[in-house]
Design a protein around this ligand. Structure first.
Ligand code: B12
Ligand code: SF4
Ligand code: SF4
Length: 306
């Protein structure tokens, strides 16, 4: 193995990434077709930002023209707690129980990128987490981290799907990992059967129906067809909770900052219902929950209280 590729993997491990793989950057006509079909069915709902940057999402060279290699990383965020550990009846997605993963992972990737760039003046690169217009799950599969399950999340053999994904795109060749070509879902349909709003057809999500979309991305009041939140006030974990790969292989994260804040564990329904803007800002400073804004969280709480 090329020494730099090996050292990058060691450095990524030191920085707290449990999964790391490297893939050659190539245009994928299959991904383009899938995203085009998904958008044409209206499955992106009101997320116009997906459509706006479609040309970059479907062709990474429109985003980073000099791309040659992509490093895909995964960070385990499973805290060991479940929704049963929350005092109130309101359910709150585990990915947002602690600190915002966007900033935590971006900071670590910037350290890795700086370290890589220090090895040669010619190296250029960009670090991505979630908001960059690339299809992270598909890149992770190409880099060998795991496969996209029927619920569409990336599942790894050794940690299940409680993994955040991030990437570094570089203008230099490296040694490449084999893509993960197996589909280990087999005949299982647990996620499809458990989804309370039937948002999953095999390997595709209709965001209009997905509670995660409704509670985080949807703006304004809900209309009658989209108001089932099944008790969730932020995000939804059901399709991952029921997945046998998570039941068997989840491991407790070494990242304490992803563990639940005391308020999230201890707050009663009354406390949530009485939440005001000042407390929201204090409680969710540096948290992914800011995305839905105070008005969105209040709307979700109200919807689940009626
Ligand atoms: C938009 C988005 C959403 C939307 C849409 C979800 C979706 N599945 O697309 C909403 C708001 C609903 C959402 C919800 C969640 N999200 Co989100 N989201 C994204 C985002 C920004 C883009 C995803 C995207 O490109 N979607 C477009 C669709 C077309 O792509 P796709 O899902 O990969 O679809 C593929 C399959 O449908 C496949 N396909 C189509 N037909 C067929 C047929 C067959 C037979 C096969 C095999 C495949 C196949 O082709 C498509 C392209 O490869 C990514 C970050 C990023 N930049 O990639 C995070 C990301 C996917 N989200 C993430 C998370 C954590 C979540 C939630 C778990 C949060 C929560 N707990 O509430 C939920 C999970 C809901 C779910 N079951 O997907 C993580 C997932 C990590 C992981 N291990 O996979 C990501 C990667 C962010 C990150 N950096 O960690 N999300
Ligand atoms: S996150 Fe919830 S609503 Fe969305 S697909 Fe999974 S189970 Fe269904
Ligand atoms: S619940 Fe079953 S079908 Fe769904 S992603 Fe997990 S293994 Fe695949």
């Amino acid at each position: 193995m090329n020494k730099l590729s090996q050292k990058i993997k060691m450095k990524a491990d030191e920085l707290g990434f449990q999964k790391v793989g490297i893939t050659k950057v190539e245009f994928s006509s299959e991904n383009k077709l899938n995203l085009d079909k998904w958008i044409s069915k209206g499955f992106h709902a009101s997320m116009q930002w997906i459509e706006n940057r479609k040309e970059e999402r479907t062709n990474i060279f429109n985003y980073f023209p000099d791309a040659v290699s992509l490093i895909s990383v995964g960070m385990n965020y499973f805290s060991g707690n479940t929704q049963d550990d929350l005092k109130s009846k309101f359910k709150f997605s585990n990915y947002a129980w602690g600190e915002d993963y966007h900033s935590l992972i971006k900071d670590r990737l910037q350290i890795l990128l700086k370290w890589i760039k220090n090895t040669s003046e010619e190296i250029e690169g960009v670090a991505c987490v979630d908001t960059s217009p690339i299809m992270e799950k598909s890149w992770a599969q190409k880099a060998g981290l795991g496969w996209q399950g029927k619920h569409t999340n990336l599942i790894s053999r050794d940690y299940g799907s409680w993994l955040f994904l991030g990437e570094i795109i570089l203008n230099i060749p490296l040694d490449y990992d084999k893509p993960f070509i197996e589909d280990l879902c087999g005949s299982c349909t647990a996620c499809i059967d458990a989804c309370p709003t039937n948002a999953i057809t095999s390997y595709q999500i209709d965001s209009n129906k997905c509670i995660s979309y409704r509670t985080i991305e949807h703006r304004g009041e809900f209309n009658e067809n989209e108001n089932n939140l099944d008790g969730w006030i932020y995000g939804c974990d059901i399709c991952q909770e029921v997945c046998p790969w998570n039941e068997k292989f989840s491991k407790i994260s070494s990242e304490n900052s992803f563990f639940p804040k005391t308020e999230i564990l201890d707050w009663s329904e009354k406390k949530w219902m009485d939440l005001d803007d000042t407390t929201f800002k204090k409680l969710f400073k540096g948290s992914a929950v800011k995305r839905t804004k105070f008005s969105g969280l209040k709307r979700n709480i109200k919807q689940n209280s009626s």
